[in-house]
Design a protein around this ligand. Structure first.
Ligand SMILES: [Zn+2]
Length: 66
């Protein structure tokens, strides 16, 4: 079952388009794929940012011991 990239609701296929039953978003197959690609990219960016923050915090912790 396809999931809506906007609200996470279930999407139904209708004449080569996917339509969200919850928010009414209507996407073609390629729009649907690129919308999810974008979400995956931004999720990866957020992961990188928090990992960087942890490393900076660790650096601060290590240097504060001296
Ligand atoms: Zn939706």
């Amino acid at each position: 079952m396809a999931k809506c990239p906007e609200c996470g609701g279930e999407m139904i296929s209708k004449s080569k388009r996917k339509i969200c039953e919850t928010c009414g978003l209507s996407l073609t197959g390629s729009q649907y794929d690129s919308a999810w690609d974008k979400i995956r990219d931004s999720a990866r960016d957020e992961e990188d940012t928090s990992r960087k923050r942890n490393r900076e915090y660790l650096n601060w912790y290590e240097s504060s011991k001296n």
